[in-house]
Each structure stands twice: as structure tokens, then as C-alpha cells.
Design a protein. Structure first.
Lengths: 243, 243
DNA sequence: ACAATAAAAAATGTGCACATTTGGCATGGG
DNA sequence: CCCATGCCAAATGTGCACATTTTTTATTGT
């Protein structure tokens, strides 16, 4: 076994840094508007600045960070309008998915959706908020995945990851749980092969969620201690500068 | 006016190289499977290898090139299955767009769509194949753009750019013109506010286009003279190595 | 002659030094 | 007192040299 090279060619580092920053984004630990400078991040993760640079630009290409030429990367500060647009896109995409699903719906798929609904109800009954939120989002993922089209799944994945970041800004504290009954109503409409009703119910469902959005607009605190945010993870190499 | 800097910091070069390669891709001048090595491209465009590198990775992130670690960039060689998936995604997205459009359709929008249909018919009558193809694609863009949601427009744009590359591989020579009557039928269904019919017509329309796909599978000629492909454009700097 | 192996050539990936740009701060004029 | 102008520090962007990996070529043994 060769010792880990300390200075050169470690392709896994890219992914590690990428995942670390991405998770911080998805978990809402990075607040909107926070500046992500290259040099501090390089110190925190103990990797070269170029590596951070590459990851930051990659996240920018995925629209998860806002890149401004010569001015670096920031956590995007979505307008309420932006959030609405993402939600509308999700709504529109799901309408299309339902129209396609209604053509190839069968008992196997319905059974799988029913099983998921049962899981959701169980989690809701035992008051498991975290599980409820997770399963609630998973329902919509199940719908697209049922079509077996990676293109569509990826499109939804992008939307979800972006809205989940937004949720942490605008949603009132973690009460963003889709009512299980509405999910059930969608499945019921699919079972009846009533496409118009399925689309209408889905639409109503999304509008309910959108209606809960609140515009907090905390202009303050664009600065944030990055070292603290990424504290949980040990540095990839030993070079973490303590202060 | 300052003379163009020859060695450093020219942000416009990124975009120029990007556009050049992208256009070559969209125009089908780069055949599927062609290897895009960094060093030759740097010579051809007369820029540093790092710049080519950045552009290639960007195109890879946009899924327009296939990037393999340590092995460089290739023009993707989509399977017929891949093409079908992109077409299906387009179909599904348009169904969703129609369902949203049917809720906010008005005379202004209908008039605009009618105008576009008239343009299409005119081009078809005078046998202008190029204009027909362009307008035919533009119709679907008009539909999403009518919703005024940049997210959705971008999603469609991605799909279109990818399928247009694919078309150059699988479509029988340039006869990929949507029948204008089918576009007209979609608008007519929208005018009647008959969502189910609009979705059905749109679906049929896409299936017609998909049905014309042919699998040529010319395994040969993965190599191609890159200098010839980009010959039309003068090098950005004077360093083009003649041979 | 063929296959396997090894050496060489070419292409990709990375760290570093330096160029360029931006933002803040002090200074001076209105 | 406020705004404009010009330096200075800090952050981003780029070319280059070198490390690593892949691919091609040459060699040797069976």
C-alpha cells in the first residue's frame, strides 16, 4: 500500500470538497449571500486553491452558487420571485410527468406508490418531522423515476436541490410537509386514469406549498464563519490552520 | 485604445472559443466520437492550453461533450435509446407547458401563435427548407417562452441543443420538419381550451418526429481533421501552427 | 509469427508564481 | 459635511513547468 501522496494528483479530493460544500448548501448551513472566497476555503480543507477554484466553478455551472467574474462565488440570495419560478417549473414538469404516467399506469406502479403513501402516513403519525419532510419530497421523485427516464429524473433533481436551498431561506421553520392526503389524492386520480383531475390536484398541492412561503428578507449577516460551518469534517490533509 | 494583450487576461477569449466549438457541435460539423485533444485545439485557436481546457470542461458539464478522466473530451456518440429519452423528455415537458398554458391562454397569445404559424406556412410554401426547420423548432420554444419562466425556457433550451446534435446523427437528411398542420392543431386545441386534446396532439406530433429517426451506426471515421473543421475562423492570435 | 512485456511518447492533471482586477481607505477639493 | 480621486491591500485569473496517466511503439521470449 502506498502512502497518500501529499502534494499531487489526488482525484478523490475534488469529489470530497464538492460533496462537503454541496451538503452544507443543501442542509442550509450556508446562509444566502455568504461569500465563498478561495483562499480561506483552501486553508480550511487543506487543499490547494486551484482545487477549491475548480469546485466553486463547477457549483456555479450547476447554478448552485452565484459566480461573478473577478469577484468570486456567493451563496445565491434568491428573490421570492426566483423561488416562485422554481416551484412553477416543478409544477409544470410534474403535470407533464402525470400525463405520461397516466398512459402507462399499472397495478405494480400503483402498489409501489401506495406503499410509499403508507410510509408517509406512518412517519406523520409518529410525529417524525425529519422523516416526513424527506418522504414528502421523495414522493415527487418517485413519480418521475417511475417513467424510467434519466433525463427527466435529472431535471427534477436539479429543481429539487435548488428549491431545497431556497426552502431554508423562505419556508417557515421546517413545517414544509406536504399534506399526505394530497399525495394520496394524486395517486387516486392516477388509479382512476383521470388525467385532468391528477393535474388539478397536483397543481393545488404545489400552490398550497407555495402559499406557505414567507419573505423574511433578513438583509443582515452576509458574513459567516466558514471555519465553523465546515468544522465537523476533519481536514483532508493536516494543514488546517487553527486560526 | 490599447493594443490587444497577447499573453494575459483576455476574458473574451473564453467566450470566443466556447462559441466556436459550440457552433461546430450544433451545426453537426463535429462528428460523433471525435476526440477533442487539448494541445491541437490550443494550436488551432492560438490560445493557451489552459483556456481550451476550461472550455472543454465547461462543455462537459453541460453534457455537450463526454469527458473521461485522464482521457480527455469526445463528441458524444448517443445511442438511439439516448435520443429517444431526450425526445420523451421534450414531450413530457411540453405536456406540462400545455397544461399550464391552458390556464392562462388569452387572445394576445393566440394571436402571436397564429402569426408564427403563418410564418411557418409561408416558408413551407416557398420551399425554404432551412427556414422551415428553424421555424419549426422555434414553435416549441415559443410555447415555453409564453409562460415567461426562465427556468422552463432554459430546461427546454438544454434539451433542444442536445437533440439538435443528435438529429445530425440520426435524422435522415434535414427532412426533420414538423408538419405545420400538427402545430396548428395544437394551437387550435389551446384555443378551444381542450387540454386533453392539446396534450394528445402534441404527443402524436412528437411520436411522428421520433418515428422518423433512423439508426445509421456508422462506426467508422472516429478521427477527423480538427484544423479543417475550424478553418473558417481566423486564429485569435497569430500563432496558428500551419502544419 | 504472435503475444506479452517494457520502454518511450503523448496527453491530461496540478501546484505555483505572477498579472490583473476589485474594494476599501485615506486624502483633498467643493 | 459630502463626494470625487488616487493609492494600497486582497482576491481572482492565467501561463508555465512539472507530475501522472494513458497510449503507442519496440523488444523479447516462446
Amino acid at each position: 500500500m502506498r502512502a497518500q501522496r501529499i502534494g499531487k494528483a489526488n482525484p478523490a479530493e475534488d469529489e470530497a470538497v464538492y460533496q462537503a460544500i454541496l451538503r452544507a448548501l443543501l442542509e442550509g448551513k450556508l446562509k444566502a449571500g455568504t461569500k465563498l472566497a478561495e483562499t480561506p476555503l483552501a486553508s480550511i480543507f487543506g487543499v490547494s486553491r486551484e482545487r477549491i477554484r475548480k469546485v466553486l466553478h463547477r457549483l456555479g455551472a450547476e447554478r448552485r452558487l452565484e459566480m461573478i467574474p473577478n469577484r468570486g462565488a456567493r451563496v445565491p440570495r434568491p428573490t421570492l420571485e426566483d423561488v416562485r419560478r422554481v416551484y412553477e417549473a416543478h409544477r409544470v414538469l410534474e403535470a407533464g410527468v402525470l400525463s405520461q404516467l397516466s398512459l402507462r399506469i399499472d397495478e405494480v406502479l400503483l402498489a409501489r406508490l401506495d406503499a410509499h403513501l403508507a410510509e408517509e402516513r406512518t412517519a406523520a403519525q409518529r410525529g417524525d418531522r425529519a422523516a416526513s419532510v424527506r418522504l414528502s419530497g421523495a414522493f415527487h421523485v418517485h413519480l418521475v423515476d417511475a417513467l424510467g427516464n434519466p433525463e427527466l429524473s435529472r431535471m427534477l433533481g436539479d429543481l429539487l436541490s435548488r428549491s431545497s436551498v431556497m426552502v431554508s431561506v423562505y419556508e417557515p421553520a421546517a413545517q414544509s410537509i406536504c399534506a399526505v392526503d394530497e399525495h394520496g389524492a394524486i395517486v387516486a386520480a392516477l388509479r382512476d386514469r383521470d388525467l385532468l383531475r391528477a393535474i388539478a390536484v397536483s397543481r393545488e398541492h404545489f400552490l398550497h406549498v407555495e402559499g406557505r412561503l414567507r419573505l423574511d428578507e433578513d438583509e443582515a449577516a452576509p458574513t459567516q464563519d466558514l471555519a465553523a460551518v465546515f468544522a465537523g469534517r476533519r481536514p483532508l490533509r493536516g494543514k488546517l490552520r487553527s486560526a
